[in-house]
Design a protein around this ligand. Structure first.
Ligand SMILES: NC(=O)c1ccc[n+]([C@@H]2O[C@H](COP(=O)([O-])OP(=O)(O)OC[C@H]3O[C@@H](n4cnc5c(N)ncnc54)[C@H](O)[C@@H]3O)[C@@H](O)[C@H]2O)c1
Length: 382
C-alpha cells in the first residue's frame, strides 16, 4: 500500500455501496492527514449495478460480477463490503483470507455462528484492519454528547435509551425485499438491521448488558412479491430490549433500553441516544440533528437547554462552522475514522469504528434477546 492512499474495492453496489463511492469522491471535504481512500474496483452480481459506477467513477480499474476477481486484484488494499446478511460470513472471511483490510457492514454475520466464523478469520489475520460500519456517532451533536458522557457529567446513571426508528414498512403494500426475509436477513430481523447502530456508543462507553428482557413484534405477516402475488414477511418488525448494565465509571447498575423499530409511525431514519443521570441528563436525536439537549443540576425545577452544534465532527471539514450536517457527512466521517487506522503511528481518532469484539458483544445480546422473547423471561447476556 502506498503511504498516502488506500485503494478500496466495494463489494455490493446497492444503497450503501453508492453512498461509499460518493463519500470517497468528495474527500477534499475533510481536512485530515490520514491516508486518502481511492476507489479501485467494484463488484456486484447484478451487471446493471455496475453501470452507475462506470458512469460516475473516473479511472475505475475493475468492475466485475465475481467477488473473487476483485479479491485477486493486487491494487486493492481494502474492501468495503455491503451485501445481504446471509453472505457476510462467506465474503468477509474470503476478503480477510485474500489479505485485504475490511470495513464490513452490520450485523457482521447473519447470526452468532456466522459472526464467530468471521472473528476466527480476524484473529488469523492480526495484520489487517477490520471494522464494522456505524455512522451516527459522528454527528457533531452526538460527538458533543460523547464528550459530555466521558466527562462523567451525569453523576450516577438512572437510565439510557438508545434507539433507531424507521417507518417505511408502515406501508403494507411495500414489496418484499431481502431485508424482510429471515433466510436472507437473519432471525434477528430488525435487531440485526438496526441494532449495532444503537449499541456503538453504549458499548464503547463500557455499558455492557448483563441481562436482557426482549419484546419483539411481527406486525405485517405478508407483503406483495412485486409480481402480483404475496409472500410471507417473516422477520421481526420491532424490538424493545430492556437490559440491566453496570456503569464502569461508578460500578452502579442502571437500565439500558435498546429500541429498534421498522414500524415507528412518523420516523424516517431517527437515531437517538438519551442518557438520564442523578447529576445531569443529555439527549440527541437525528430528528433534530443540530441540537444537543442538556439538563444539569439538581433541584425541584428541571429544565432542558437546547444547544445548536454546527457542522464540525471529529475530523475537521471545509464546511462553515454554523452550517448543517447530514447522513452523508456522518458516513464520510465514519470512513475517515477507518482511514485514520492507517495513519503513521496508529489512529489517534477519539471515537473509532465498531470493532470486531463489539460485534461479538452485539451478537451475544441479540441471541439472548431471541431466547428472552421465546421464554418470556429475562436472560443473562454471556
Ligand atoms: N450503515 C448503514 O447505515 C446501513 C444502511 C443500510 C444497510 N446497511 C447494511 O449494508 C449491507 C447492504 O445493505 P444495502 O441496503 O446496501 O442492500 P442493497 O440490497 O441495496 O444492496 C446489496 C447489493 O449486494 C449485491 N450482492 C448480492 N450478492 C452479492 C455477491 N455475492 N457479490 C456481490 N454483490 C452481491 C446485490 O446485488 C445488491 O446490489 C447490509 O449489511 C445492511 O445491513 C447499512
Amino acid at each position: 500500500m502506498s503511504r498516502k492512499k488506500i485503494r478500496f474495492g466495494i463489494i455490493g453496489l446497492g444503497l450503501m455501496g453508492r453512498e461509499f463511492a460518493s463519500a470517497v469522491a468528495r474527500w477534499c471535504h475533510l481536512k485530515t492527514a490520514a491516508p486518502q481512500p481511492e476507489l479501485a474496483a467494484v463488484c456486484d452480481t447484478q451487471p446493471a449495478a455496475l453501470d452507475w459506477f462506470k458512469e460516475h467513477v473516473p479511472g475505475l480499474a475493475l468492475a466485475t460480477t465475481d467477488y473473487r476477481a476483485l479479491l485477486a486484484a493486487p491494487d486493492v488494499d481494502a474492501v468495503y463490503c455491503a451485501v445481504p446478511h446471509n453472505l457476510h460470513a462467506e465474503l468477509y472471511t474470503a476478503i480477510l483470507d485474500a489479505g485485504k483490510h475490511l470495513l464490513g457492514e452490520k450485523p457482521f454475520g447473519m447470526d452468532q455462528p456466522a459472526n464467530a466464523a468471521i472473528l476466527d478469520a480476524v484473529r488469523a489475520h492480526p495484520e489487517l484492519v477490520v471494522r464494522c460500519s456505524s455512522e451516527f456517532p459522528y454527528f457533531p451533536a452526538c460527538k458533543r454528547l460523547v464528550e459530555w458522557l466521558r466527562a462523567g457529567r451525569y453523576g450516577r446513571l438512572i437510565e439510557v435509551r438508545s434507539g433507531f426508528h424507521h417507518s417505511s414498512d408502515m406501508d403494507p403494500q411495500k414489496p418484499i425485499n431481502w431485508k424482510r426475509i429471515a433466510a436472507l436477513n437473519g432471525a434477528y430481523g430488525c435487531m440485526g438491521d438496526l441494532g449495532l447502530h444503537t449499541q456503538h456508543v453504549p458499548f464503547r462507553l463500557g455499558w455492557q448488558p448483563r441481562s436482557v428482557y426482549a419484546d419483539l413484534q411481527k406486525l405485517v405477516e405478508r407483503r406483495p412479491d412485486g409480481k402480483g402475488g404475496s409472500v410471507p414477511c417473516d422477520t421481526w418488525d420491532n424490538a424493545l430490549l430492556l437490559c440491566q448494565a453496570l456503569d464502569p465509571r461508578t460500578g452502579a447498575p442502571f437500565s439500558l433500553h435498546f429500541e429498534t423499530r421498522r414500524m415507528a409511525p412518523g420516523a424516517t431514519n431517527t437515531w437517538y441516544l438519551e442518557v438520564y443521570g442523578t447529576a445531569g441528563s443529555a439527549k440527541f436525536s437525528t430528528a433534530d440533528a443540530k441540537a444537543l439537549y442538556l439538563l444539569e443540576g439538581a433541584g425541584p425545577e428541571q429544565g432542558w437547554t437546547r444547544v445548536e452544534t454546527g457542522s464540525q465532527s471529529f475530523l475537521p471539514s471545509i464546511t462553515g462552522g454554523i452550517f448543517e450536517f447530514g447522513f452523508s457527512d456522518a458516513f464520510q466521517q465514519m470512513i475517515g475514522a477507518f482511514c485514520e487506522e492507517f495513519a503513521d503511528g496508529g489512529s489517534q481518532h477519539p471515537f473509532g469504528n465498531v470493532t470486531p469484539a463489539e460485534t461479538a458483544l452485539s451478537h451475544a445480546l441479540l441471541t439472548a434477546a431471541l431466547a428472552s422473547h421465546e421464554t418470556r423471561r429475562s436472560v443473562e447476556v454471556p
